[in-house]
Write a protein that binds this ligand. Structure first.
Ligand code: FUB
Ligand code: ZN
Length: 662
């Protein structure tokens, strides 16, 4: 499928319009301000490079990249609603970035290396490619430049990015160039975007006669193909290790592994390269790794990267309550699933996108838009609070990148077929062959499951309308112009309504949205005997402020669960209420709203914790064995081995989560 870009989609009312207004009016400015003030001005690194200075550098080596990412997010906001002040502010930053690049004859740009270890570019001469983040930063610059150009049609940032990208294309790649791959993935997809920008914009292409855009795609492909090939890497880090998915060739990898942010961004780049080259081996690898990630390594919130060490994916089914689940990893998971959905044309990828978006990622940003979570575990002992700013502020820019472009994930099309992948109140015009098609979507989603679509083709025409039926949905009905449509076929997770649509037609999708209890696959030790509360795409949580201190609830076998909209609570939410086995009432709120009110008392939470701290993947698992993590004498014991019990998986069909039959 081809996605409808975010600039073509207007989100002006409903749940997301309110969230996006906060992001546009508050979060964006807050993030820039904190980068400038929190620990010194991170943009001043560029000024010092421009002035030929050496020495002090503000922040971690990847701060250049984080600033570029914030510019990308800002550009996407600018593209949907022009803001003179923001436009000028970005131009000011870009001028400082461009001045820093201008002093280098090659167009090389990485403030950390230039200021602190100028003889160690690209990790050479005893440098450290992983730590220096040069290729990653360059990728962030390239993607920011593409988005900024698309938003403004200005070349100021693109000029900088092209100069650096061209330098890289001459420096790294197949022998005799250097075998350098990004220690932190992201540039793979960014270079594909740069390639596409020039390929698809002939006017722009004419303005850059020196550009040979094919080289950008070739370098991205080189990075995918040469992960795990350590030949000739003597001058930087020969092996970037599993953290960077460099332990073996990517196309041979079978599991989601290593640093979970790097992993998600790498898999996104893998699919981007697959889409451009059409090579089946790339698609196959992406699908294999995806199956592993979502059927064995994903929390119910869509969060990934259970391990605290290395912010990494853990072993299969290792999904402890206090897992790490970095917000950035959730964003990367969303990017990856978006591309998978477009590439494979199946709704199950948008299901994962939705799960991670509404729970793990949205939970990473406070309701007022100024405070953040880095980790998003399922439980808090009362000592995890939102932070105003972090010494490693990687998550705010990633949140901005995803949410600023949210409009671009909703609709897609393919010849006469249109796809509604997400239920977000919005309007768009789909560029179908022949005439464009206007669509107006009205919905109270995620609070209600009813979606009304007004379709306005310019003339009566045959269209196959595909409506995603989410994995959580136990039943739905469809009507067109008030008449029920019987036996709507479900294809690849979409309800397909194929007919001649006329101007003014109205389609109503009604999805049942009961409160559900979700159980995890029995191999998930930490979840045995436990359930998650979910309604629609939202996973719920219990906070001390609404409940008894300690929040430790045992449910009766058939709990009566009620829900109602509470406009005054947490900006307006659907609350879930029930009675515990001991007869006491409890109240649950959407997980994404947690940590916005009075913090829980320290150690208020009881139950198994700290699983994510223990990890030793040194011992290979045999096919018939698995390691379980058992709590003994108050501690987790990782060394318990059991024979796999396929019998306990009866009826699970490879699922990781399913509704509990009540
Ligand atoms: O290495 C850059 C960023 O810092 C990663 O994406 C985050 O996970 C944090 O480790
Ligand atoms: Zn992060």
């Amino acid at each position: 499928m081809k996605a409808v870009g975010h600039t073509q989609v207007a989100i002006e009312s409903g749940f997301w319009a309110r969230r996006l207004a906060t992001i546009r009016d508050v979060t964006l400015w807050d993030v820039f301000r904190k980068f400038e003030l929190a620990r010194g001005d991170a943009f001043a690194n560029f000024d010092r490079v421009a002035a030929g200075e050496h020495g002090a550098h503000v922040g971690f080596p990847f701060f250049d990249g984080l600033l570029y990412e914030t510019i990308r997010g800002a550009s996407d906001l600018l593209a949907v609603s022009h803001d003179e002040r923001l436009d000028r502010q970005l131009d000011g930053y870009i001028e400082r970035i461009a001045r820093a690049q201008a002093v280098d004859p090659d167009g090389y740009l990485n403030t950390f290396t230039t200021l602190l270890c100028p003889d160690k570019r690209w990790g050479e001469n005893g440098g450290n490619l992983r730590w220096q983040h040069e290729v990653y930063n360059a990728g962030c610059l390239v993607e920011a430049a593409v988005h900024h150009y698309q938003a403004t049609r200005k070349r100021n940032l693109l000029d900088v990015a092209v100069r650096l990208a061209d330098h890289m294309c001459g420096y790294m790649g197949p022998s005799p160039r250097k075998n350098i791959v990004p220690a932190h993935p992201l540039p793979e997809e960014a270079f594909v975007k740069l390639y596409r920008l020039f390929r698809d914009t002939p006017d722009l292409r004419k303005q850059y006669p020196q550009v040979a855009e094919r080289r950008y795609l070739e370098l991205a492909r080189f990075w995918i193909d040469n992960r795990g090939n350590h030949t000739g890497r003597a001058n930087c880090l020969p092996n970037l290790l599993e953290s960077s998915q460099d332990h073996e060739p990517l196309l041979k990898q079978r599991e989601a592994a290593g640093h979970s942010v790097k992993a998600g961004l790498l898999y996104t780049g893998l699919v981007a390269v697959a889409q451009e080259t059409g090579r089946r081996k790339y698609y196959r690898a992406a699908m294999r790794i995806w199956e592993n990630a979502v059927s064995r390594k994903m929390h119910v919130t869509g969060g990934v990267g259970a391990m605290h060490q290395e912010e990494a994916y853990g072993p299969d089914y290792f999904l402890p309550d206090d897992a790490y689940l970095e917000t950035c990893a959730g964003v990367a998971m969303a990017f990856w699933n978006h591309r998978m959905g477009l590439a494979f044309g199946e709704a199950r990828f948008a299901d994962i996108f939705e799960r991670v978006l509404y729970n793990n990622v949205l939970g990473g940003l406070s309701l007022d838009g100024t405070r953040f979570f880095y980790q998003n575990p399922l439980v808090s002992k009362g000592d995890l609070h939102r932070w105003d700013w972090h010494v490693c502020p990687c998550c705010p820019p990633m949140i901005l990148k995803l949410l600023s472009g949210l409009g671009g994930y909703i609709y897609a099309h393919q010849r006469e077929a249109i796809f509604v992948n997400h239920y977000v109140e919005s309007t768009t015009t789909l560029p179908l062959e022949g005439d464009p098609l206007s669509v107006r979507q009205e919905t109270q989603y995620p609070w209600e499951g009813r979606v009304q679509l007004g379709l306005d083709p310019q003339r009566a025409r045959r269209i196959a309308l595909h409506l995603r039926i989410p994995d959580w949905c136990p039943g739905f009905t469809v009507s067109v112009n008030g008449a029920a449509v019987e036996d709507v076929p479900l294809r690849r997770g979409y309800a397909v309504i194929q007919r001649v649509f006329s101007p003014g037609d109205r389609v109503v999708l009604d999805m049942r949205m009961p409160v559900m209890l979700i159980e995890a696959n029995p191999y998930v030790e930490a979840a045995r005997g436990r359930v998650a509360i979910q309604r629609g795409p939202l996973v719920y949580c219990l906070e001390e402020v609404d409940n008894e201190p300690g929040v430790d609830i045992t449910l009766p076998e058939r709990p009566a669960l009620e829900h109602s909209y509470r406009p005054e609570l947490l900006g307006g939410i659907v609350e879930v209420r029930g009675k515990a086995l001991d007869g006491k009432d409890f109240r649950a709120v959407p997980y994404f709203t947690w940590g916005n009110r009075t913090p829980a008392s320290p150690c208020g939470q009881k139950g198994p914790l700290e699983g994510g701290q223990i990890h030793d993947k040194g011992i290979p698992l045999s096919r018939n064995q698995m390691r379980v993590w058992v709590r003994r004498d108050g501690d987790w014991d990782p060394s318990v081995w059991v024979w796999r019990r396929p019998d306990i998986l009866d009826g699970w069909d490879g699922l990781l989560y399913r509704p509990l039959a009540l």
